[in-house]
Design a protein around this ligand. Structure first.
Ligand code: MD6
Ligand code: FE
Length: 218
């Protein structure tokens, strides 16, 4: 890993909590390719605003690739094999995605991470994700790997209890976040996206989150 000298050079990993790391710019080199692949997935499994159980609609638009996709509707959250929009399987996870997720996990000390689900979030200006835990996977031995692309966003990271103190940090284009083990069930969220324009994505932030889940319905 190089020095933190200029944009695009991977910096040292930053431990934000036990077994939770930010890998600044880890995906910077492959970012343009990742965005192209996201646009391709959007053609088969389009981004959509899902409903939450209580009837509200998420401000973040999302889609998935992999053997299972995360979905939310009036029945709650779960992983489904088929895209409810098309009734067909979600698109495969591109090999470039899997390679990146595996390498990022390894850099953070989690060897042998093979994701079977990739949730793709698209934030437009003002979109946010309120504090939540990622706990629908059924198996918490595996970490989560998350890749930020496009506009920067303020990331909130707390502890295992909703009331735990929250740290705030900026996630920028190409930054990768990996967490597992002791931090796997920490609360986290994203503040409303600030207006801006990114050369690669326009007025949008994408986030890929890679998971390994054993809880698949449908
Ligand atoms: C986001 N990320 O960065 C939302 N979850 O847009 C998440 O909710 C998330 O970044 C689990 C692990 C890493 C994450
Ligand atoms: Fe999350």
């Amino acid at each position: 890993m190089g020095e933190d000298l200029f944009d695009g050079v991977p910096a040292q990993k930053i431990e934000i909590a036990p077994e939770a790391f930010i890998l600044p710019r880890f995906a910077f080199e492959t970012a343009a390719r990742l965005v192209t692949l996201i646009e391709k997935i959007d053609k088969t499994a389009p981004f959509r605003h899902m409903k939450l159980r209580r009837g509200r609609t998420m401000s973040v638009a999302l889609t998935n690739c992999g053997e299972a996709g995360w979905v939310s509707d009036c029945r709650g959250y779960r992983y489904e094999k088929l895209d409810p929009h098309s009734g067909k399987a979600w698109p495969d996870i591109p090999p470039e995605f899997i390679e990146l997720a595996e390498q990022a996990a390894r850099s953070a000390g989690f060897d042998g991470f093979l994701p079977n689900a990739c949730l793709i979030n698209r934030y437009e200006i003002g979109a946010r994700l309120s504090l939540h835990q990622d706990k629908d996977e059924g198996d918490f031995r595996y970490p989560i790997v998350s890749v930020s692309l496009g506009l920067p966003a303020k990331f909130l990271f707390g502890g295992p209890q909703r009331s735990d103190k929250v740290k705030r940090m900026i996630l920028s284009h190409g930054d990768v976040c990996v967490w597992g083990g002791a931090s796997r069930l920490c609360y986290h969220g994203i503040d409303p996206l600030k207006p801006g324009e990114h050369a690669l994505t326009g007025a949008v932030r994408y986030n890929l989150t890679f998971r390994r889940t054993s809880e698949i319905s449908g």
